[in-house]
Design a protein. Structure first.
Length: 198
């Protein structure tokens, strides 16, 4: 399979690229570095990216910038970071990518436990996650040619200890659990699902 990983320079993306490239052709994409560069906040950049990569079988997104910070300091400008990044960035990967993906391919987006279990400083991520999960459920009933779409929704991951203090009481998701959540989404038969790898 030809698998695109958007966000391949991040913690999750690096792990997934390393795991999947043993078995498949992996195209690593990120805003900086990787095999191909793409700015998911720009539809022009996404269009150019897909033209460069050509037909593919699966797209995984682990990308999605959001605003992390105190509620009292959040304004519309800060909130736009998650809207333009994690929400519309990932939605546009699907809206544009549907014209390049091979029949029976799949899209897998990233959300997170913050959707249903909010934490302080992460209201922007919670809202973006919720929107992406609703989009996944809606898109699943309209995508043609056997195309599937799912989301993977982890809590804090073990390789990101800098975030542990923000998630008191949460047991970090192991990298293996995360990987198998994505494996289920990419290689399984489900569509319109939010997969919780914990």
């Amino acid at each position: 399979m030809k698998i695109i990983i958007v966000g391949a320079s991040g913690t999750m993306g690096k792990h997934l690229a390393s795991a999947f490239e043993k078995e498949h052709e992996v195209i690593k994409a990120s805003a900086n570095g990787g095999d191909v560069q793409v700015d998911i906040t720009s539809t022009e950049s996404i269009e150019s990216f897909f033209r460069q990569v050509g037909p593919f079988d699966a797209l995984i997104s682990t990308a999605g910038p959001t605003y992390v910070g105190p509620w009292k300091k959040m304004s519309g400008k800060e909130f736009r970071k998650g809207v333009d990044g994690k929400m519309m960035g990932q939605i546009n990967l699907v809206l544009i990518g549907q014209h390049y993906i091979n029949p029976n391919g799949s899209f897998t987006l990233i959300t997170g436990a913050l959707t249903h279990d909010p934490q302080k400083n992460f209201a922007n991520a919670s809202a973006a996650n919720g929107a992406v999960e609703a989009f996944v459920r809606a898109a699943a009933i309209e995508l043609d040619n056997g195309i599937r779409i799912n989301a993977v929704s982890p809590t804090v991951i073990e390789n990101s200890p800098q975030y542990f203090p923000f998630f008191p009481g949460d047991i970090p998701v192991t990298m293996q659990q995360l990987e198998f959540g994505f494996r289920k989404a990419v290689f399984g038969a489900n569509t319109g699902q939010v997969i919780k790898p914990y």
